[in-house]
Design a protein around this ligand. Structure first.
Ligand code: HEM
Length: 206
């Protein structure tokens, strides 16, 4: 329905606002999280100090906790609006392994059409659904690390406090991978950036 209504912006204001608030919160969380990890690393490496935020453990925790509330509140707003408007179902589904393989192959051959900016292809659908689920894992494992005693069931589901730390770290790594790929894809089709920045209704320049 909304997919063909060209009188509406390609991304409604609440998607644009929540997307950039989310990106802002995620970048702060990653940079401050790296500083927190460096204070007690559980892998045989630390992360480059120049890329971290907070200066020291206490400062990094303050940044992390502040951005955590922004991410959670904004994420709930995004999910509620997406579910309530029916946009989640219409924009991201259906998605099947077969369609993802077909679109990935077409993309590698340079044959994937970007003619309709109102429609996500199957690779985009999978990538964005992955980002949403990964963020959910980050929030749930983060809750265990934040209030371990208050969430005993969740803590046990995630294999205990120490295992939840590993889950949180691996989910962060996967999100960093998503962001890198996402930024490359946007750079390859730059007009999509305009649709995420303004209420423009066409988004086509190809
Ligand atoms: C930092 C963490 C980020 C996350 C987790 C993220 C996640 C997402 C998600 C889930 C969507 C789909 C939104 C929807 O339609 O409901 C999206 C779309 C989009 N994002 Fe991001 N994003 C991030 C950063 C960025 C950055 C840094 C840029 C700019 C380079 C960017 C540019 C875009 C654009 C242009 C779209 C629309 C793509 C299209 O219409 O084809 N994002 N992003």
């Amino acid at each position: 329905m909304a997919a063909t209504d060209t009188s509406q912006p390609i991304h409604p204001w609440w998607i644009r606002a929540s997307h950039w608030l989310n990106a802002f919160a995620v970048l702060i969380l990653i940079a401050s999280g790296w500083r927190i990890y460096n204070a007690a690393p559980f892998f045989p490496f630390t992360l480059p100090k120049a890329l971290t935020l907070g200066g020291w453990l206490g400062g990094a925790l303050q940044w992390h906790f502040a951005a955590m509330w922004l991410l959670a509140a904004n994420g709930l707003f995004y999910l509620a609006m997406n579910l309530g408007s029916g946009r989640l179902a219409s924009r991201f589904f259906p998605v099947s392994p077969r369609a993802v393989l077909r679109d990935a192959k077409a993309a590698l051959q340079g044959k994937l059409s970007h003619a309709d900016p109102r429609r996500y292809n199957s690779v985009q659908r999978l990538a964005y659904l992955f980002a949403m689920l990964d963020l959910l894992v980050l929030v749930l494992s983060g809750l265990v690390l934040f209030k371990s005693v208050q969430f005993p069931v969740l803590r046990e589901w995630l294999g205990g406090y120490e295992f939840a730390r590993r889950i949180h770290f691996v989910a962060m790594g996967l999100l960093v991978g998503f962001i890198a790929l996402h930024a490359v894809m946007v750079a390859l089709v730059p007009r999509t950036l305009l649709t995420m920045l303004s209420a423009g209704r066409k988004g086509s320049a190809a």
